[in-house]
Design a protein around this ligand. Structure first.
Ligand code: KG4
Ligand code: ZN
Length: 341
């Protein structure tokens, strides 16, 4: 029996979790800073770092308490080393190093993106290889070919905005608030998604890469044409025009993800897809992928909703791969804001 205490602080959630034997999550505590950043319409890095410092001690204690586990029973400390905001990452990394040093425990440095990939395996441990792993979050839109466990080959990434970032920016320009994903999803439910035919970028070089800045600009232009950027700023009732734009945007944003992923499956001869990251919480996205999977004879798997947005359970789950291989980090490691997977 192996028990790992994991810490995640790469962006605006301070999170800690206790994970046992790969996929048994004993606790998964998240202190969200959404209320703090909401008034600024996005994450303010300096504020995020300061709040991580304030929250981390309590979050760690809660994670141990809820897992009914004492620090003496922990076999290794895992932490997100990157990518993310430097000030935020540092709080987690320094805390993990301090505990590892004081308790003489092995330290495991985890790539945040590998955490998202492995979040799927918490509830679907038998997901077959090879598979394609699509990460859709606020900071990343990336498609990996995974020939085997722990092997990641980048097939496509976004050339500008991440898809979650597009949800956040569109929400902001429609005056709907932060974070945009959940609000857009809710507003879009009563909207007409075929009213606007927003474009999706095709790469001229035939690459599978994504691009979301064109879609965002098209939405902004349409919103201005309808005078919505003015109306919504007043904070009144959400109009049908806003709902239709939100629904049409959401449809366009998801459609390109599904199409590129299906294309990549055919090109690589792979029939299993794992979709993870904050945007994979979206029900329309899940339905669209499920529909395409049924049509194309593919299998698509998602993390449980609580493991889609940033959390430490996924960092603990990813850490097991390194623990089993004896891949430990020295106490000299530093946070790596642009860490690659
Ligand atoms: O994975 P995550 O927590 O953080 C990063 O690693 O970036 O993802 C956060 C992103 C935000 O952009 C948020 O708007 C988006 O995920 N998101 C959603 C939904 N829930 C969160 N996007 C669409 N629909 C949702 N239900
Ligand atoms: Zn994330």
């Amino acid at each position: 029996m192996t028990t790992i205490l994991a810490i995640e602080s790469s962006c605006d959630e301070t999170a800690a979790a206790v994970v046992r034997d790969r996929d048994e999550v004993l606790s998964n505590v998240i202190a969200s800073q959404i209320d703090i950043h909401r008034e600024y319409g996005g994450v303010v890095p300096e504020l995020a770092a300061r709040h991580h410092i304030e929250a981390i001690d309590f979050v760690l204690r809660q994670a141990l308490l809820q897992a009914d586990t004492r620090l003496e029973e922990i076999d290794a400390i895992a932490v997100t080393q990157g990518p993310g905001l430097i000030g935020s990452l540092l709080v987690g990394v320094m805390t993990a190093k301090a505990i590892a040093w004081q308790r003489q425990l092995p330290l495991i440095a985890v790539n945040h993106l590998e955490g998202h990939v492995r979040s799927v395996f918490i509830d679907h441990p038998a997901t077959p290889f090879p598979n394609l792993s699509l990460i859709v979050s606020g900071g990343h839109t990336a498609l990996y070919l995974c020939p085997g466990e722990g092997d990641y080959r980048l097939l496509a990434r976004t050339r500008d905005d991440a898809v979650g970032e597009a949800f956040d920016k569109v929400s902001k320009l429609l005056g709907l608030g932060y974070p945009g994903g959940p609000v857009i999803e809710r507003i879009a439910r009563d909207g007409n998604s075929s009213r606007h035919d927003f474009p999706h970028a095709q790469m001229k070089d035939g690459s599978l890469d994504f691009s979301y800045s064109g879609l965002k600009t098209a939405v902004r232009r349409e919103a201005q044409r309808l005078g919505l950027d003015q109306e919504s700023a007043t904070g009144g009732e959400v109009s049908d025009d806003v709902r239709d734009i939100a629904a049409s945007f959401q449809r366009a944003a998801i459609r390109v993800l599904v199409r590129r992923t299906v294309k990549a499956c055919k090109r690589e001869g792979v029939d299993t897809v794992a979709v993870s990251g904050g945007v994979s919480c979206n029900k329309k996205l899940r339905e669209s992928f499920a529909g395409a999977a049924a049509r194309e004879g593919l299998q698509v798997v998602f993390p449980a909703p609580q493991y889609t947005t940033d959390n430490a359970a996924m960092i603990g789950a990813a850490a097991f791969l390194h623990y089993e291989r004896g891949e430990f980090a020295p106490l000299s490691i530093n946070a790596d804001p642009s860490m690659k997977l």
